[in-house]
Design a protein around this ligand. Structure first.
Ligand code: NAD
Length: 327
């Protein structure tokens, strides 16, 4: 199979390496030329996936149009904010039969479109598949067991994608609810910020985490169903599974953002220290707007927003959460 990965960051490198290990030919486009050079010359990506030796079947290029000429599958592994501006100029480069798999989990702050919708609009003639679920790149890149969801309209496309990804430690399961699979991945980032807030205050009791994650799941489900997802999709890997993985992972940018906010740092300083604004932040802003329009209350998400903007402290938020937010 001929496969391309757009973005050899943390996730893109792990997915590209997985597919190369599975015996397929993989070319990755990378924005950063030094990262591409290191992958080609040393089979390492010390910036985005340190400590993992890469399969020589994964090569890198900085020419995006070249990478997109592969016949079989193109995986989009960019943070959502870069998707449109990176792919719009090369929209015409794809073969019509090439399957496009979106791995990004975010909402475009300007358009309100999810990454899957943005990718679908960019490539209206191609089959589009959504991949989401508990898939922390630093873990499955080291062979740790991982199971994710892929969703799309046509089972034949899903079978092709499964053939590229499946092996002894990485498996995919199918869904026909692309909206639900995507929204589970998009929305959980909001609540991972919240768990980081509590961790930063050293509130790590199991009782409390169970309450928080249950209420988060309830809120995800309410807004998700209002946006067209099926309830049962949130009860499986791309819903509750991904919420647990991202909230509890030490590798989550979103959780880290919450931890820094809990230390009382202002938003600008958190962004400076992290060097990147985690997806959950823009998702939170967009979702509160959408929730207002759809008359769906999201008190937990609104509380997080108020803390991030210094309207009250993380400690006050926790007090309010226990007293008022739990219905
Ligand atoms: N890392 C994970 O474990 C993981 C798991 C599941 C989903 N995701 C999702 O995958 C997506 C990518 O996340 P990541 O963790 O791999 O990100 P990352 O920060 O590791 O990678 C960023 C990528 O964006 C590229 N980039 C930087 N500036 C750019 C620009 N101006 N224009 C175009 N490209 C630019 C970088 O070169 C790199 O390839 C996100 O939507 C994330 O939510 C990540």
């Amino acid at each position: 199979m001929q496969v391309a990965i757009v973005g050899l960051g943390n996730l893109g490198t792990a997915v590209g390496n997985l597919i190369a290990v599975n015996g397929h030919q993989v070319v990755g486009w990378e924005y950063n030329a030094a990262v591409a050079d290191e992958i080609n010359q040393q089979h390492l990506n010390s910036r985005y996936l340190p400590g993992v030796e890469l399969h020589p079947g994964l090569t890198a290029t900085t020419n995006l149009a070249d990478a997109l000429t592969v016949r079989d599958i193109v995986f989009i592994a960019l943070p959502s904010v870069f998707i449109e501006r990176t792919l719009k100029p090369v929209q015409g480069s794809l073969h019509a039969e090439t399957i496009v798999v979106n791995l990004a989990k975010g909402i475009d702050g300007a358009t309100g479109l999810t990454s899957f919708q943005t990718v679908s609009d960019l490539f209206p003639l191609n089959p589009i598949v959504m991949l989401s679920g508990p898939s922390i790149a630093n873990e499955f890149a080291r062979g740790l067991p991982t199971v994710v969801m892929i969703a799309g309209r046509d089972k034949t496309d899903l079978m092709r994608v499964a053939q590229a990804l499946d092996n002894d430690h990485f498996r995919v399961r199918f869904s026909d609810d692309a909206v639900g699979v995507e929204l589970g991945g998009v929305l959980k980032n909001i609540y991972a910020i919240g768990l980081g807030l509590f961790d930063g205050q050293h509130i790590t009791s199991v009782n409390f985490r169970a309450v928080y994650l249950t209420v988060a799941m309830e809120e995800i489900t309410k807004i998700g169903v209002a946006l067209g997802a099926r309830l049962e999709t949130f009860l499986y890997l791309s819903g509750i599974g991904d919420l647990l993985a991202t909230s509890l992972s030490e590798h989550s940018h979103n959780r880290r953002m919450g931890e820094l906010l809990a230390q009382g740092l202002p938003l600008a300083e958190v962004e400076r220290q992290m060097g990147v604004t985690p997806e959950g932040f823009n998702t939170l802003r967009s979702m509160l707007y959408i929730a207002e329009k759809m008359h769906v209350p999201m008190p937990l998400a609104k509380g997080l927003w108020d803390v991030i903007h210094g309207r009250y402290s993380a400690a006050k938020f926790i007090q309010l959460f226990i007293r008022d937010f739990v219905e």
